[in-house]
Each structure stands twice: as structure tokens, then as C-alpha cells.
Design a binder for this molecule. Structure first.
Ligand code: EPU
Length: 339
């Protein structure tokens, strides 16, 4: 099934809370609905489109002329299971954190560290969401959706997804051509806990025994302390990626700034905490008009109320310039700028 709307407000469909409209907005409840829409409205095949989930990683600069596609697929079910693991298929429209709560509630491990990440299930593979030492890629088995060029259903196995840090084939070769309708996860009935990152272990210990639900509680507590709730103050989580550099090139940086946080990022590479760079370029907690930098996590830009997308974008450019001047490092945006 599908429903086509016109002049549709996107205010509730972007966590920055930017007040823009979509000329046309298509909601579909399954792959057939999307395919049927294009077959019965062939004129839309020439209209540019934009795929939007919860809009937790988007910054709209102005009204959207493109057709907005919203994958409102909500089913969830177990495909198969054995003693070790369970394969579960979840619709792209399901709220990510509700999915995590469901898995933790059933005692299935693998996504508990990814608690409270804003967004929908369908965006998880696109962005290869990650937090507290875990990325979603390794627990994904399949991604189902529609190839918009052929209007055929298509399945990607995990290997085909080419997952890497905040990246996948859906942001590269298949960008704009593939709409996710559901994701198949393989979760663990005998979970291996991941407690290595930052304060997670300390927080879990404070709560009692190591368990899926205590990891979920710990991650939620840490996120609530550091990250602003988009319901209260508009934001899209980390605005920039943590830059990855050749290890050699970080030696002078480390000599000059001994406390700079660096993390190993595979063969001879090192990841630098962009939040530290932004803070040390003097931007933490700063405000320019209605846009600002969060006062507890410098990687997060916020809408203090009524900011336009352009105001937030301009602030991000000032930050990039200052970080480049001070550290000779170019920050890359994690958020997708539309317009
Ligand atoms: N730091 C600062 N100043 C700040 C904030 C942090 O110097 O204002 C330092 C911290 O002291 C720490 C380091 O930066 O040493 C890393 O900070 P944090 O653990 O908060 O994580 P992050 O690297 O800033 C990444 C993800 C987050 C994810 C956290 C936890 C990216 C772009 N961001 O942030 O993801 O929740 O790790 O795993 O990789 C998101 O993608 O939207 C997001 C919020």
C-alpha cells in the first residue's frame, strides 16, 4: 500500500527540527507498495527523490522539491533460530531503539550497545550505525529493499553491504538507487558482552551484574548525560565524523598535544576524536544566533529554537575552518546536507 501527500511538513521528520516542506511525500507500507506507486504513476520516474527515515542524520537547507520516500514498513518476526542464535527480520520503519528494547527484552545480544540511537531500522545499515565499541554491520545478515532502477526487489547479504566506519554500499554505489524495506539481523542467544569503551564497564558495575539489560541501561545513562535529546533540543547526533589518519602523521600532533584522544583504526591508521579538536578550537558550548555547539559534547551541533538549516550549516563551516587552521585537519560531515 502507498499514500502520496503534497506540501508535507518535514518538521517531525528531521531531528534538527528544521521547518521545511516536501512538495510530494510518499509513504509505503511494503516493497510492493513502492513498486506499485511507480508503476501506476510513471511520471514520477523522472522526478528526483530523497529517501528519509526519521531524519536523524539530515540537515535541510530549504523546502524539498524532490519526491520524499518514506519506508513505513513495520512488521517484525523470527525467521529461524537454533540454540546459539536467532534470525530476526525487522521493517525499515520501526524505531531503532524500540527494536533494541525488543531484542534485549528477549535476551538476544548484539545491539544492546546501540541503545537510544535516534532513527529507524532502515537507516541502520545505510549509516552502519555504531556506538560504545559496537557497529551494526557484523550483526546484519541481509538487507532487503527495492532497486529503483529496475523496480525489482533485491537482497544484499552482509558481504555485499561493504560496511566500514559510518559507511556502506548504500551511501556509495547504491546511493539513491536502493530503498531499504527490511533488515535481517542474526542475534546471539549466548551474548558476548562488549564493555571496553569509555565508561560503559564502570556504569554497568554500578548497576550490578553484567547483563544485556544492564548494558542497555548503562548506555542509555551515558548517552542521556552527554547527548542532547532531539525531542528537547534539535540535533542530529555527531555532526562530523572522527577523522582517520595515517598513524605516522599523528606523531607531531601527539607531541604537541599529549592529551589528544587517538584510537587505533586498523592497519597503520588512527582515529582522532573530532569532539576534542572542536573543543580545543574554542567552539564547545558556543552559540551563533539560534545555532550552537552542545556544551557537553562538542561534536553535536544544536538548534536552540527556530534556526534555519543554513544557520546550522554556516556554523559548521566556521568550525571546519577553525579546526583546519589550528590543527591542519579537515573535518568531514557525518550529517547529510540536503539542498
Ligand atoms: N571529547 C572532548 N570534548 C567533547 C566531547 C568528547 O574532548 O566535547 C573527547 C572525550 O573525552 C573522549 C573522545 O572525545 O576522549 C571521544 O568522545 P565520545 O566517547 O563522546 O565519542 P565520540 O568519538 O565523540 C562517537 C560517535 C558517537 C557515539 C560515541 C560513543 C562518531 C562520529 N560519533 O563519538 O555517535 O555515540 O562515539 O561510541 O563516530 C553519532 O554518530 O551521531 C554519534 C553520536
Amino acid at each position: 500500500m502507498f499514500i502520496l501527500y503534497h506540501d508535507y511538513s518535514l518538521l517531525e521528520r528531521n531531528t534538527f527540527g528544521i521547518d521545511v516542506k516536501a512538495k510530494s511525500f510518499l509513504s509505503f507500507s511494503d516493497a510492493e507498495g513502492l513498486i506499485q506507486f511507480y508503476q501506476s504513476n510513471p511520471e514520477y520516474r523522472n522526478v528526483e527523490h530523497l529517501i528519509v527515515g526519521q531524519g536523524s542524520n539530515l540537515l535541510f537547507l530549504h523546502d524539498v522539491d524532490e519526491l520524499v520516500l518514506s519506508s513505513d514498513v513495520f512488521g517484525i518476526g523470527v525467521l529461524k533460530e537454533d540454540k546459539e542464535s536467532v534470525w530476526i527480520e525487522a521493517g525499515a520503519g520501526i524505531d531503532w531503539d524500540e527494536f533494541v528494547a525488543f531484542c534485549v527484552g528477549n535476551g538476544w545480544g548484539g545491539v544492546e550497545n546501540l541503545s537510544l540511537i535516534p532513527g529507524k531500522v532502515g537507516a541502520a545499515p545505510v549509516q552502519n550505525i555504531g556506538a560504545y565499541g559496537v557497529e551494526v554491520g557484523p550483526v546484519i545478515r541481509e538487507v532487503h529493499g527495492v532497486d529503483l532502477q529496475t523496480l525489482q526487489e533485491k537482497t544484499f547479504t552482509r558481504e555485499m553491504c561493504q560496511f566500514s566506519y559510518r559507511n556502506s554500499i548504500f551511501k556509495q554505489k547504491w546511493k539513491g538507487h536502493f530503498v531499504v524495506t527490511s533488515v535481517v539481523f542474526e542475534l546471539n542467544k549466548k551474548p558476548a558482552f562488549q564493555l571496553d569503551y569509555g565508561d560503559v564497564a564502570v556504569e554497568v558495575e554500578r548497576l550490578g551484574k553484567v547483563s544485556l539489560s544492564n548494558i542497555r541501561r548503562a548506555v542509555i545513562a551515558i548517552r542521556e548525560q552527554k547527548l542532547p535529546d532531539p525531542e528537547t533540543i534539535g540535533n542530529a547526533g555527531s555532526f562530523f565524523k572522527n577523522p582517520v589518519m595515517e598513524e605516522e602523521k599523528t606523531h607531531t600532533l601527539k607531541a604537541k598535544y599529549p592529551d589528544i584522544p587517538l584510537y587505533p583504526a586498523g592497519a597503520g591508521k588512527v582515529k582522532i576524536a573530532a569532539a576534542w579538536l572542536i573543543e580545543h578550537a574554542g567552539w564547545k558550548g558556543k552559540r551563533t544566533g539560534r545555532a550552537g555547539v552542545h556544551d557537553r559534547q562538542a561534536l553535536v551541533l544544536v538548534n536552540h529554537g527556530g534556526a534555519t538549516g543554513q544557520e546550522i550549516f554556516d556554523l559548521s563551516e566556521q568550525i571546519r575552518n577553525d579546526v583546519e587552521k589550528k590543527f591542519a585537519i579537515q573535518l568531514e560531515r557525518e550529517v547529510n546536507v540536503i539542498g
